[in-house]
Design a protein around this ligand. Structure first.
Ligand SMILES: [Zn+2]
Length: 145
């Protein structure tokens, strides 16, 4: 799954084989997320809760890789889902979404709200249309007046 050679080396280490076996034993061979939801699914992958590759030094990578508390036994479906969620829930993304929601809330609730483009809104819209034309987006013709 990973192309970082340092990470690969950690996973080829005997310490990882032992820890992996221990995590399987600890979870009784069952996917821990499914079990928390009340489903009995065989565990397949040992997942690192905190990503090992985000570590900056090899020592830090080892600490994350070989820490039983950082390991979780998952089925394939849960493992895929966890990684998808990690991609879409980065700190920046969450901050971005919060900020956007806050702006929309203010706009919707402030009667004195002035659009950032203010009186230039017409220019702004014209630019958007120009851009759309250049990108081949076709707007329907204006209704006849
Ligand atoms: Zn699962």
């Amino acid at each position: 799954m990973s192309r970082d050679p340092r990470y690969q080396r950690l996973l080829n280490d005997k310490r990882w084989k032992l820890l992996r076996a221990e995590v399987f034993r600890r979870a009784n061979g069952l996917c821990e997320l499914c079990k928390a939801e009340g489903f009995i699914t065989p565990g397949v992958d040992v997942h690192h809760i905190r990503s090992v590759e985000q570590a900056k030094t090899v020592q830090e990578m080892e600490r994350l890789a070989y820490n039983p508390a950082n390991c979780q036994l998952l089925c394939v479906a849960c493992h895929i889902k966890v990684h998808q969620d990690m991609r879409t829930h980065t700190k920046e993304k969450v901050k971005e979404n919060k900020e956007r929601a806050r702006r929309r809330f203010l706009e919707a609730n402030d009667p004195n709200y002035v659009h950032p483009y203010g009186e230039k809104a017409d220019d702004y819209l014209r630019n958007l249309e120009e851009q759309a034309k250049m990108e081949g987006i076709i707007y329907p013709d204006d209704p006849p007046t």
